[in-house]
Design a protein around this ligand. Sequence first.
Ligand SMILES: [Zn+2]
Length: 254
Amino acid sequence: MTSNCIFCGKAETSKEHAFPEWLMNRYRAPGSLEHQRSLHAVPRIKKRVDCLRITVECVCRKCNNEWMSGLQARAIPVITRLLDCPTCTLDTHDCKTLALWAVMSTMVLETFNEAETWRFTDLERCLFHKCEQIPPFTRVWTAKWIASPGPFYESHNQATEKSSDRGTVTTFAFGNLAFQVLKVVPHNPKMSSFFVATWPGLPWDQIMLQVWEPQVVPICWPPLMAIHGEADFDELALRFSPPSVEDSDSPERS
Ligand SMILES: [Zn+2]
């Protein structure tokens, strides 16, 4: 938690929900919440929840009531289309809107944990707020979730011991829709691009639609394959994490 607004820096914050009321009301069913408060916090916090009700105190009333609620309003029709339409397409503008919404939610969710785990910087949040600039080394995907047991949120801090790059993978889902936001802080900030290692598992290239930055537009929804139930969601949330049992397989580069 912070006493200054994470977006504009104003020395005033108010209690707000990380996820909007309309979404919480629509998916009021038992779900799950899992995150790690600090880099050294063991065990991770894992609990069942009634809905995605996560209260944070990190933004000022003005930000919340003005640009943030404006972005929520712009995202509602795009998110609703993915939730309600069997098939649809996403153009460049839709992809940007979804990415902005998912990144804003992730920036807010980060503050649920200790500041040492935050991966977006003050400057990145400022440019996001002022210019709608999605920070570098950020990727956003959506996926279709079949037989979802309820709304889920899970975040993982990426390898800090074996890799000099740091990162956070934030995954949240409601209804048949899952979002995943990856933010990497590369050891060498002059890198112009980055590789993301995924580990042997589900065919992610058929499951995940990359909405930031989109590779081709328009994007056709739904993806070729979906994730099913809680087990697949857990695998999705961990797709960038090394398997817990060491083996000789090299990570597949994508
Ligand atoms: Zn503010």
